[in-house]
Ligand binder design. Structure first.
Ligand code: SF4
Length: 335
């Protein structure tokens, strides 16, 4: 079981985080099943770091991001942000925490109020949180617009007057206006064209260097995650099944699920195509997870122990954690 090193300076510590949803049925809303969307998630995030959180659609990565920000109330576990207990925080403490922990969603059009100009979108939160005096407000808005690469002459325009990439720049400026330390980027470039994606990723990297930001970068796009992340965590049905340095995981994935995911990344060189691992078998219903390793229904390496015992999420090399019986056994033998 992964336990966080208390000595490591981390901006964010997440330990055994749980988020369940109740599946209800009938007129009386009778609870029939529990869906464990996030199941004992444990990781830390250092200041100035980008952690990529990847996995198939429905694996719980977006729920994890929202639960860390307490947009969903956690059902168990700990979240400590910059020394403050997020789970036990009072409303007043949460107000201060929300300034420091922001989110950028996938669809910039959905996440902007179509009736508010850029000036209102950026100005209102800054006045509410007393970031700036009213007399300096336009100056501050102009600074933020320049920071994200928007022309300041467009301050009075509305979201529909911008392109998709420009709208995402407004959303990023809104996230930055409260001077946060930490931003959850939830599929932040997924809805954009490839050329625009590259611009927004470069912008995020520049802003990180300039403002010492820490990112949790949630995405299903393994190429984007490889480009932007220092470390990467792979999620499968609510759990992180592998976590480590990006270069190490992409060069030597150890968990069979990670191997299958990475084998699907297209390679430009036609003479150096990796062998694609096609997963067969059923994806278990999240409300009825199988006993043992939850990946065993699709794993071509499974053994008898995989069907009855859940593997530990253990460290196999410095900072490289894996949840697989076979990997741990081979490390014991070689170690
Ligand atoms: Fe496959 Fe067993 Fe490892 Fe699970 S524990 S990934 S079933 S080998």
């Amino acid at each position: 079981m992964m336990t966080l090193d208390k000595q490591t300076p981390a901006l964010l510590r997440v330990q055994d985080l749980q988020k369940n949803f109740q599946v209800r049925k009938g007129l009386l809303g009778r609870k029939i099943q529990t869906l464990k969307a996030v199941d004992r998630l444990t990781f830390d995030l250092k200041r100035g770091e980008t952690l990529g959180l990847v996995g198939e659609s429905g694996c719980g990565k977006t729920t994890a991001g929202k639960t860390i920000l307490r947009l969903y109330e956690p059902d168990g576990g700990q979240i400590v942000f910059d020394g403050t207990d997020v789970v036990g925080a009072s409303d007043k403490q949460m107000l201060a925490l929300r300034r420091q922990m922001q989110i950028v969603f996938q669809d910039p059009y959905d996440s902007l109020n179509p009736r508010k100009s850029v000036e209102q979108t950026l100005g209102e939160p800054m006045l509410y949180h007393r970031i700036v005096e009213r007399r300096h407000l336009r100056e501050r808005i102009a600074y933020l617009m320049t920071l994200v690469g928007l022309p300041t002459a467009c301050m009075n325009r509305y979201p529909h007057e911008f392109s998709g990439g420009q709208r995402q720049r407004i959303v990023i400026a809104r996230a930055l206006c409260l001077e946060p330390k930490f931003i959850v980027c939830d599929e932040a470039v997924s809805s954009l064209d490839v050329s625009i994606q590259a611009q927004i990723i470069n912008l995020l990297q520049d802003l990180q260097a300039q403002l010492a930001l820490t990112f949790l970068f949630i995405s299903h796009d393994l190429r984007v995650v490889k480009h932007i992340s220092d470390r990467v965590a792979i999620m499968y049905l609510g759990k992180i099944i592998e976590l480590g340095n990006t270069s190490e995981i992409y060069a030597t994935p150890l968990h069979p699920y990670t191997q299958a995911l990475l084998s699907a990344i297209p390679v430009a060189d036609p003479f150096n195509q990796p062998e694609r691992i096609i997963l067969s078998g059923d994806v278990p219903t999240p409300t009825r997870l199988p006993k043992g390793c939850r990946f065993h229904t699709r794993c071509w390496l499974k053994e008898e122990i995989c069907l009855r015992e859940e593997p530990a999420f253990g460290e196999v090399a410095n900072g490289h954690y894996v949840m697989c019986h076979l990997v741990h056994r081979s490390k014991e033998v070689s170690g």
